[in-house]
Design a binder for this molecule. Sequence first.
Ligand code: GLV
Ligand code: MN
Ligand code: MN
Length: 414
Amino acid sequence: MTSINAERLKADLGSLGNIGRRPSGGLGRTSFSAEDTEARQWYFDRCAEAGLDVTVDGIGNIIVSSPVADELSDARRPAVWSGSHIDTVPDGGAFDGALGSIAALECLRRIHEDRLALDRPVRCIVYADEEGNYAHLFGSRAISRGFSRSELEALTGRDGDRFVDTFTAAGGDIDRAANAVLPEGTIDASVELHIEQGPVLEVEGIDIGVVTGIVGLGGGTITLRGRSDHAGTTPMNARKDAGVAAGALLASLPCIAAGVSERAVVTSGIVTFVPGGANVVPEAAHVTVDFREPTAEGVAALESALIARTKAIAAEHGLDFDIEFEETVPPAPLDGEVQSIVAAAAKGRGLRHIPIHSGAGHDSQNIATVAPTGMIFVPSIDGRSHCPEEDTKWDDVANGGQVLLDTIIKLANR
Ligand code: GLV
Ligand code: MN
Ligand code: MN
């Protein structure tokens, strides 16, 4: 049985984890930033060093193949895909996305080095902007459902930059980006390794999570509009204070989630007051919201509840409002056969495994709409993620990498 090179996987995670390191200890590799570009170049260099071929699709997803393995398999057949992302949230950790991206590369390297003759070709993928600086699960959405040119033109990032400007400056072509949907039959099956990002596997003492499905999610920006006034001279009862109204909206988020279900979550991660002076009553407040629930009905109910609450708060404070929500990403059940193959691979390596649901979003939920897709989770220490403390034990990293390789080989020979 072919084994991964766990030391190489560990060394690569360490090297990638130094790119975009901030004084806080967290990583900042926002998609298409200088740090993300450096990480992508680091990844291209690893592929070149290994003798692998790299292409970049119209939206910026990286697709890697082995000329040796392709020669030994029927390279015209739909391929087995595996990969994740190397962009990070602001002040993120070194494992979210990086693990699945480098482990997939390690698997392809081993297939290439051992000249494994598989029935189907294997492709290793790095999806662009998974963390949604421009749109949630951006790269996988572009190749599954697609973006029109006008949708791409409307996208802005956290820093207020327009996607088209940043993408074009980085050498991208918007016409190609708007035509990035994969031809039908490109992917035979897909599997992504990821850290759990929650506490279940660690608490239960389990090595491998076999992911059964991924949460549905939505999000966007709610803008409350009032009137700017002098902070010292305007009586409290004569204000149209968008900041105070935003506070009321934020305070209502736990109640909105609880009103939908126990598993519903709503988060506001960015609030911006305009014009933004300590002695100015805010004229406008931009409040981002991210909302998730395991069912499509739950996601729709959260969206409706947020709209209703915004209307009520705006009326109460005498304000206007705009709501711009992205298209929701539907919850995705993952493929039963891929789950069985992952579970058998874990068992074959003597690892304890359980079925687990994902509350985090992943590109796999978009890929699941075009091909049978599975995910493998490994434990996160203290369940922490999207923070500098995010960590996973090296034994768990190695276990996950090995189960991924065994699963890819099984899928490719199915
Ligand atoms: C990605 O990490 C997400 O769950 O938003
Ligand atoms: Mn993430
Ligand atoms: Mn991730």
